[in-house]
Write a protein that binds this ligand. Sequence first.
Ligand code: ADP
Ligand code: MG
Length: 264
Amino acid sequence: MPPKLTLDRVKCSYHRPEGETVALTNISFTVSPGEFLAIIGPSGCGKSTLLSLICGLLSPDEGTILLDDSPIQSPGQQGRIGYMLQKDHLFEWRTILSNTFLGPELLHTLTPSAKKEISDMLATYGLGAFQHSRPSELSGGMRQRAALIRTLALKPELLLLDEPFSALDYQTRLSVCDDISAIIRNAGKTAILVTHDLSEAISIADRIIVLTRRPGRIKTIVPIHFSAESSSENSQAVRPLERRNLPEFSHYFNLLWKELQSDE
Ligand code: ADP
Ligand code: MG
């Protein structure tokens, strides 16, 4: 199957009066359709920059980025790429339902059937009773789920997640990570999650890219494989919370921990 996303020798710098900061250099990788990729690396290594490049908010100085076979032309590629951030950016003056309508509204695709689909999605993911509530009436975890549904309402082919759980407390974070991974996998989306949390990456991803300190380069790419997932009755990825209890989890943790430490 041809890749959903291809990065080839991408370099990106920030230009300021004080001088140039090279944020990323020589970044090449592909993402397969339906794959869940995680990108980890120390703070400031260029993770958010990488997502901004993929979504077309920034242009690379060198190299190419292709979605399917075409270069990224406009930010978000008219809804083909969804971007979810650490802050949920829900609008307080809108209800949860009308927050999730926002994307299709802006793209003039908010048909009655689109409305029903979004409202059904809210119900499926436990927010049915909160459709008419304001964001401030929801818990942090529920707000993050609402933000994800708002992103999915545009039916993006590729989802970019920039530390989406880091504003949540630890316990909420574990369960929201579980919920969100299930939603994304059920929808069959291709996703890229950026995080500085090693355990989170191992619990959710099919493959992990480790970046070096700035300027970020690819240090290593580690495929994540749990034997419980290849047994005949369970070809699906097991949920993040379950993965944390499997014996391979600590193997990957030690492996990736060493990779990150050797960069110090
Ligand atoms: P991460 O998300 O991994 O923490 P970023 O992608 O936000 O890292 O930033 C990578 C590097 O680029 C950082 O060292 C940061 O200081 C620099 N940087 C980020 N945004 C800008 C900007 N708008 N102008 C100049 N430098 C920036
Ligand atoms: Mg960042």
